[in-house]
Design a protein around this ligand. Structure first.
Ligand code: JB3
Length: 217
């Protein structure tokens, strides 16, 4: 049973990212009509009872004004499948739902753009703008007055300090820290656990110090 006035949803993808989205949406009593995934989804309990289609064009049975899509394919550096699917469906007149977990903390003075996905435990402070179709993953802190571009992925537990600006397709790895006032250009990547103290040009990668692994004996 969907919330009154909210359109039913079709979830694109049936893997880990999609399962977290389904979990958020089901807790919000949203009606997920179908999961679209070429792979078997029966191993994930969260999808139990939801119709499974395997072809992307199975979405076309739903009228664009009768449903909203949710892109459940994770954005990882070097993979553009999420964005390609978004653009395909957008070109057909479909729109993507903005998903905000009930357990996220969003300032009323922040702006969350269409299709963005804000996961549980995320904190978005005043003056910040989250771009279209960007993912702010579990437990992320986006401090005040940031401008996060479209199609970014800010991975779990990372911290973006005040007045940081990112362009499109930026990836910030799990547990990374970006200090205040930095600018990250198109397709910049910050590796998991990195502490970024200077701005990044486009397609640059900031690598963290790596753990040294030695055997105990
Ligand atoms: O690390 C975290 C917290 N999340 C990661 C996320 C950002 O990216 C996660 O651990 C994964 O690394 C990744 O999540 P994702 O995309 O859910 O990965 P995976 O579990 O491998 O699921 C990929 C899903 O996309 C599968 O259900 C595939 O069937 C589906 N898929 C692949 N190509 C597709 C297509 N689905 C559709 N509809 N169309 C496709 O072309």
């Amino acid at each position: 049973m969907s919330n009154a006035g909210q359109l039913p949803l079709v979830l694109i993808g049936g893997g880990g990212h999609a399962s977290v989205l389904a979990d958020i949406l089901l807790r919000q009593q949203r009606n997920i009509l179908a999961v679209i995934s070429p792979d078997d989804i029966s191993g994930r309990a969260v999808f139990r009872g939801i119709t499974h289609y395997q072809q992307d064009d199975d979405v076309l049975q739903f009228q664009p004004d009768q449903v909203r899509l949710v892109n459940g394919i994770g954005m990882i550096p070097g993979s553009d499948i999420k964005k390609l699917l978004n653009q395909y469906y957008l070109s057909l007149g479909y729109r993507f739902e903005t998903v905000i977990a009930s357990e996220a903390v969003i300032s009323p003075y922040a702006t969350i753009s269409d299709g963005a996905q804000i996961f549980p435990g995320a904190i978005i402070q005043a003056g910040t703008v989250i771009g279209q179709h960007s993912v702010i993953n579990t437990g992320v802190i986006i401090e005040h007055d940031c401008c996060i571009g479209d199609y970014n992925h800010i991975a779990p537990g990372s911290t973006v300090c005040g007045q940081v600006e990112t362009e499109t397709d930026v990836f910030v790895g799990a547990g990374a820290t970006i200090i205040q006032n930095l600018k990250l250009k198109h397709q910049a990547v910050v590796g998991a656990g990195a502490v970024l103290t200077k701005s990044l040009a486009g397609t640059e990668i900031a690598y963290p110090a790596r753990a040294v692994i030695k055997s105990i004996q």
